[in-house]
Write a protein that binds this ligand. Structure first.
Ligand code: ATP
Ligand code: PAF
Ligand code: BAL
Length: 284
């Protein structure tokens, strides 16, 4: 196990610690890999950290439950906050630094007045079900990238999971549209042995919910194998006890426009299992 990562709650303290680590990393400008998270970490996050570890001199992880991306009635208050266990996982996967700001440390002037607008891609699919979600997520990602960017000229890479495919697409667009000096690196979905995509919100599920949720990866697999068409796939999810389908679509991954299922397309699903909203996706 690597040593425990250094934890900073204050972004200014984090920047000082980061500059020291980068300077100590060796000759020439050192590279930084950043993994933004909301905590309640699992092995999916672990994979992002390992990728960052393999590709960079210094690895930083941010842990912040961002109120801007939660809608009224969503789970902001009850979102799991498990810093101690998170730090153990991060030590196992070799993170160097953790930025874990409180609300005031992240937004010292109160909630930001000027925000990122995700545009058309932010109003479909998850954006339609969670209005304002992607504006809030991009606003905090933009802020995190600016707070953590290495100043010494070394490479800066940020790691995002393909589980949140729409978020990944939008982060890529923001980085391109704002010419942000960071390279976005996608990481494939990590699944449990039974196929369920790892997610912090899986811990809300009871045993029945956990079993019912398997209809999502299984239906995506059946769709990818051509065993069912889209209407039959939707019906299969709808028929599962305790599961309420939000959407199941096949899209062009670059535009999120509906597409005929086939090579190069992506199937995206969102559903409520009891009160827990889960998402998943699979390339066809
Ligand atoms: N199973 C997974 N495989 C790959 N990446 C993942 C997985 N789960 C989360 N990530 C990625 O980790 C990063 C942080 O995500 P987050 O902290 O929201 O975790 P989460 O498990 O997706 O939580 P939630 O249940 O709230 O959606 C995101 O880039 C997300 O895509
Ligand atoms: C990217 C992110 C950390 C921004 O709050 C969050 O949306 C997440 O965990 O995917
Ligand atoms: N994993 C994306 C963050 C969210 O659901 O708010």
């Amino acid at each position: 196990m690597s040593p425990a990562p250094r934890v900073c709650h204050d972004p200014a303290e984090f920047r000082t610690a980061l500059a020291e680590r980068l300077a100590a990393a060796g000759a020439g400008p050192a590279s930084l890999g950043l993994v933004p998270t909301m905590g309640a970490l699992h092995e999916g996050h672990g994979h992002l950290v390992r990728r960052a570890r393999a590709e960079n001199d210094v690895v930083a992880v941010s842990i912040f439950v961002n109120p801007l991306q939660f809608g009224p009635g969503e789970d902001y208050e009850r979102y799991p906050r498990t810093l101690e266990a998170d730090l153990e996982l991060l030590a196992r996967h070799g993170a160097d630094l953790v930025l874990a700001p409180g609300l005031e440390q992240m937004y010292p002037g109160g909630e930001p007045l000027v925000r990122v607008t995700a545009g058309r891609l932010g109003t479909v699919l998850d954006g339609a079900s969670r209005p304002g979600h992607f504006d809030g997520a991009l606003t905090v990602v933009n802020r995190l990238l600016n707070l953590t960017a290495p100043r010494g000229g070394g490479a800066f890479r940020a790691y995002f999971g393909e589980k949140d495919a729409q978020q990944l697409l939008l982060v890529r667009r923001m980085v391109a549209d704002f010419a942000l000096p960071v390279e976005v690196r996608p990481v494939p979905i990590v699944r449990d042995a039974d196929g369920l995509a790892l997610s912090s919100r899986n811990r809300y599920l009871d045993d029945d919910g956990r079993r019912a949720a398997l209809v999502l990866p299984r239906t995506l697999a059946a769709l990818a194998a051509g065993e069912v068409d889209l209407p039959a796939a939707r019906a299969r999810i709808d028929a599962e006890d305790g599961v309420r389908l939000d959407y199941l679509v096949v899209v062009d991954p670059a535009t999120l426009e509906p597409a005929e299922p086939g090579p190069g397309t992506l199937a995206l699903v969102a559903a409520r299992v009891g009160t827990t909203r889960l998402i998943d996706n699979r390339a066809l």
